[in-house]
Ligand binder design. Structure first.
Ligand code: C5P
Length: 401
């Protein structure tokens, strides 16, 4: 229960999927957490659950029809849009996602959504094949690009009989995501310089050496920072990810390019978070023409790249420096050594051999070590959640200064 908080309003759009029954529980949890809840149901949703259920639990009339004169005079679609501190659609069907992505506002939910300035959190839930449909995926990407937030469906048994990704996350987890999005802007004074993703070190015009970094951790940090009011510059190696709306993106390829961009941005930031998996080595020679296939072994000679973070550690300039340590053995000892050698304030270590940790996945298991020597082992969590933990720790270090 939240006590010292102004009462916030969550507008909850419920669309017509079988997971509607979980939205009932979400309303109960929101009310318990002291939210004013105003529910909008689509025609499809009303086939699954009656408005009376939502009305009883929320204590507010349920809006359903833009052309109902009584509803419009008593609730008003612009009034509803303006009242929202957060706008949640759970469950969101493929249909409503398609409509939003296409700019269609042909019922009350899509009309109110079009008019809101509140952050929007969408919880898709559907059959696995619908979720994997490239048109749906394209719509998700489009909406992410313009700043909508999503909570991913979970895997498991689906009402249609299939097993797979498509289940609406548990109401507790949706509530946690809502709370996360509504956090106060406690990083409004920070200008974060975040690096993400891998580097590519060219061998010839068609080949390069690289690593398995997906960039997800760095992008999660950028999203979390923006959400908490920080200005974010994201220096990113090549990734398949959508850049977070509101970040200043500087795309780079090689470690040398990343170094140049980071050094240029360093003076104007307050903290650096090096989540990138910087290439430690690059080929000594670059062949400007494609190397031909031969019958004898080919030796590739590599030279070390500069350690960007170490270089920043030598300058420091009053900034907070946060590094990452992807380890396969002796996690804590290696992390502490790096923290010392690079003169960092904090290091986020993860054992990339553990299930659910490290490259490419959406989750991580990390240990945060700071310069006081204190270390905190965190349980398995999403990279978004870990990003917030890292930023909490950054603020705590700041306040101790
Ligand atoms: O020493 P190691 O490469 O394991 O250190 C990892 C940390 O140092 C990461 O935060 C990474 O982004 C950074 N790093 C760097 N320049 C390098 C190699 C790593 O800034 N050449």
């Amino acid at each position: 229960m939240v006590s010292d908080r102004k009462k916030l309003t969550a507008v909850l759009g419920v669309t017509g999927g079988i997971a509607c029954y979980k939205a009932v529980e979400l309303v109960r949890l929101l009310v318990k957490d002291d939210f004013t809840v105003r529910v909008i149901m689509t025609h499809g949703a009303r086939e699954f659950v009656t408005p009376l259920t939502f009305q009883t639990l929320s204590g507010n009339p349920v809006a359903t029809d833009p052309f109902d004169l009584t509803q419009e005079s008593e609730i008003g679609h612009i009034n509803l849009a303006d009242s929202a501190d957060i706008f949640v659609i759970a469950p969101a069907t493929a249909n409503v996602i398609g409509k939003i992505a296409a700019g269609i506002a042909d019922d009350l939910l899509t009309t109110v959504l079009m008019a809101t300035k509140a952050p929007v959190l969408i919880a898709p839930a559907m059959n696995i094949h619908m979720y994997e449909n490239p048109i749906l995926q394209e719509n998700l990407r489009k909406l992410r690009r313009v700043g909508y937030y999503f909570i991913e469906p979970t895997e498991g048994f689906l009402a249609c009989g299939y097993e797979g990704k498509g289940r609406l996350p548990e109401p507790e987890n949706i509530l946690a995501e809502i709370q996360r999005l509504l956090r106060k802007k406690d990083l409004a004074d920070e200008r974060l310089l975040i690096t993400a993703g891998p580097n590519r070190e060219p061998i010839d015009p068609v080949r390069y050496i690289s690593n398995r970094s997906s960039g997800k951790m760095g992008y999660a940090l950028a999203r979390a920072g923006l959400n908490r009011g920080a200005a974010v510059t994201l220096v990113s190696g090549p990734t398949a990810l959508e850049p977070p709306a509101g970040a200043r993106l500087i795309p780079v390829t090689t470690a040398a390019e990343m170094r140049r961009a980071v050094l240029e941005e360093f003076p104007s930031c307050t903290a650096v978070i090096m989540a990138a998996a910087v290439s430690d080595y690059r080929p000594i020679e670059y062949s400007s023409t494609k190397m031909k296939r031969g019958k004898t072994p080919l030796e590739l000679r590599l030279e070390p790249n500069p350690d960007i973070l170490k270089e920043l550690g030598a300058k420091k300039d009053g900034k907070l420096l946060i590094g990452f340590a992807a380890e396969t053995d002796d996690l804590a000892a290696n992390a502490k050594k790096k923290l010392r050698e690079k003169n960092l304030d904090m290091i986020v270590a993860n054992d990339v051999t553990q299930e659910g940790s490290g490259f490419d996945g959406d989750t991580n298991i990390a240990t945060i070590v700071d310069r006081s020597g204190a270390s905190r082992a965190l349980p398995l969590m999403t990279k978004d959640e870990l990003a917030d933990q890292i930023l909490d720790h950054l603020l705590a270090l700041k306040s101790r200064r």
